[in-house]
Design a protein around this ligand. Sequence first.
Ligand SMILES: [Cu+2]
Length: 183
Amino acid sequence: MPETRRAFLKHGAYAAAGLVLLGCDAAPAARTEIIEMRSDALGTRVWFDPIGLYVAPGTIVRWIVRENVHTTTAYHPRNDKHSLRIPPRATPWDSGFLVQPGDHFEIVLTEPGVYDYFCAPHEMAGMVGRIVVGKPLGPGALAFDYWNGKAGASDWRRVPDAARNAFPSVSRILTERQVRRAG
Ligand SMILES: [Cu+2]
């Protein structure tokens, strides 16, 4: 698994939702949106910018480190029992640690719906983001605790309060298309 992950990182690409794998050198046929992974000098404030993003299905989303060390990790039970907050048919992603400025990771999002994701070392600090692909569908559009009491979800982790408070609403993303978070 580490070897596979390293290979993905080297190519800066990852297939999600059963999609196309693209290398950084490939000329992308689809539109690419950039999400920066930010931090102040002391690492006391950390954030994704934009924190909220609307894209059309088939868009490539690339996360790139500007400062500090981060991951982009989908809210999905396969990622350390986090609750499911991406479309059920989409494949969860986890970039692993991106450590150098300029390190990046990308996926192609084809399945319509809301995708919530977090930075593993900074989730408790509220470093999360939300992408709406096409339509505001799926569990990411539901309340954070929608899964309480459901079979198979008893060991899922609760979304921490700092993360809950950081997410831009789906309606705001649909209106503004890009929700920036001031540094
Ligand atoms: Cu982070």
